[in-house]
Design a protein around this ligand. Structure first.
Ligand code: NAD
Length: 434
């Protein structure tokens, strides 16, 4: 794991915005508005633990911008959750929704907790407590949460149930990523990984590489990492490196991903809400560290765990010519510069992992109309959005001779700027004045 810590993730995120603004036509006032989250709420959640003691957990929810629609973004349970991180994640959600053209703004939330240390009942009480504290802040027309790290469909189901109890009406559209029987959408479970996979397929078309000659390393083997690994494996790609929070494994001729998933998910007690098993113990393969995984000699590197993994400390050691960012914010802005000078192609997070929020949007639409789509319809609509927006960003990158991350921001700024500017700018209000 990279040790270098970016002091302020939100400031680092805004640096990218400023860089992209140089290439976009956006009014300075609209740009300034994007630098200030619309609303922030910090609460404490008292939870009665199984042993009878009381623990208080700190939680945050940030709504970054709702000009283009209600805010949308996940809730993560992690010991490192802090305000700067959640502000950055909310900002990225605004950009992400704009990149893929969804009628949403961005939000994010989190509880500072190591959820793996809690029992299932304690996780349920804490999740319901989060909604109790946030009930006036979230809602189907205001702010719609979803899963993120160490939260899953069951947690979303508890949260929806709690919100419905408080409102005295069934309100499935308040949250997405729910279990199917509680109003979830077909195809939401693998949507983030699938969206990244569709991006890789677009690149494959452009470069004509052969899947069976293409080596892939994936950091993080949770929801998103497993989905993209599985889809690539089914296509013949060689997934040679995989890691989780405990460490990584390497196999030169590629892993059999379904059996790796089975070992990690089924036999390692993932029938519980959280898995305490690790891919390190899963198969007979070389054990590597997370640092080594990032530096493997592969064709595609997929960070799918935490932010700030590729930093100025290790960027020069990254050998993969293509990085597909499934995690949010895995590459610091300093690392970006180093990778750009080495001509590494980075498919940025706000595009590569947008499949999750896209199918979350489909889920919200289905909840509101009360009519549910078949899996095929969900996947067809997802493919259309991901491939269309991928190609728009790619074309912009080529036309403006900029990197793909900047191109994605320029594309997003076009949509965000248009919405903000249509409320009036300095120029509009001062037209005709002497
Ligand atoms: P998850 O909790 O299902 O899985 C996270 C994985 O990362 C686990 O395998 C965990 O062991 C591993 N991990 C944790 N710390 C690690 C470390 N220090 N080094 C290596 N691996 C580590 O989470 P997820 O939903 O798959 O999310 C992963 C990333 O994708 C996050 O950055 C999240 O914000 C992003 N993302 C997820 C979604 C979604 O729909 N799930 C959507 C968009 C973006």
């Amino acid at each position: 794991m990279a040790t270098h810590a970016t002091p302020d993730l939100f400031q680092d995120a805004l640096r990218r915005l400023d860089e992209a603004a140089d290439y976009a036509e956006i009014d300075p006032e609209a740009l300034e508005r994007l630098k200030h989250p619309k609303a922030i709420i910090q609460v404490s959640i008292p939870v009665r633990m199984d042993d009878g003691s009381l623990r208080i957990f700190d939680a945050i929810r940030v709504r970054h911008d709702d000009t283009r629609g209600p805010t949308k973004g996940g809730i993560r349970y992690h010991p490192d959750v802090d305000l700067s991180e959640v502000k950055a994640l909310a900002f990225w959600m605004t950009c992400k929704c704009a990149v893929v053209g969804l009628p949403f703004g961005g939000a994010k939330g989190g509880i500072t907790v190591n959820a793996k240390e809690l029992s299932k009942l304690e996780v349920e009480r804490m999740s319901r407590g989060f909604v109790e504290q946030m009930a006036d802040f979230i809602g189907p027309e205001t702010d719609i949460p979803a899963p993120d790290m160490y939260t899953n469909a069951m947690v979303m189901g508890w949260m929806m149930d709690e919100y419905s109890t408080i409102r005295r009406q069934r309100t499935p559209a308040v949250i997405t990523g729910k279990p199917l029987p509680l109003g979830g959408s077909q195809g939401r479970d693998d949507a983030t990984g699938r969206g990244a996979y569709y991006c890789i397929k677009q690149l494959e078309e452009k470069t004509q590489w052969k899947p069976h000659d293409t080596r892939v390393a994936i950091q993080g083997f949770g929801n998103a990492g497993q989905s993209v690994a599985h889809l690539l494996h089914n296509d013949g790609y060689r997934v040679v490196g995989v890691s989780d929070s405990q460490g990584g494994i390497y196999k030169a001729d590629g892993f059999d991903i379904p059996s790796l998933m089975y070992t990690k998910n089924e036999t390692r007690r993932l029938e519980a809400v959280y898995c305490d098993g690790s891919v390190c113990e899963a198969v007979d393969a070389d054990v590597i560290t997370n640092e080594e995984l990032l530096e493997l000699d592969v064709d595609i590197l997929i960070p799918a765990a935490l932010e700030n993994q590729i930093t100025e400390d290790n960027a020069a050691k990254i050998k993969a010519p293509i990085i597909v960012e499934v995690a949010n914010g895995p590459t610091s802005s300093e690392a970006d510069k180093i990778l750009q000078s080495r001509k590494t192609l980075i498919v940025p997070d706000i595009l590569a992992n947008a499949g999750g929020v896209t199918v979350s949007y489909f889920e919200w639409v289905q909840n509101k109309i009360g009519y549910y789509w078949e899996l095929e319809e969900v996947q067809t609509r997802l493919l259309k959005i991901m491939s269309t927006e991928f190609n728009r960003v790619y074309d912009l990158m080529q036309a403006k001779e900029i990197d793909m991350r900047t191109a994605a921001y320029v594309h997003a700024l076009g949509r965000m700027g248009a919405a903000l500017e249509s409320q009036g700018t300095y120029r509009f209000f001062n037209e005709g004045r002497a």
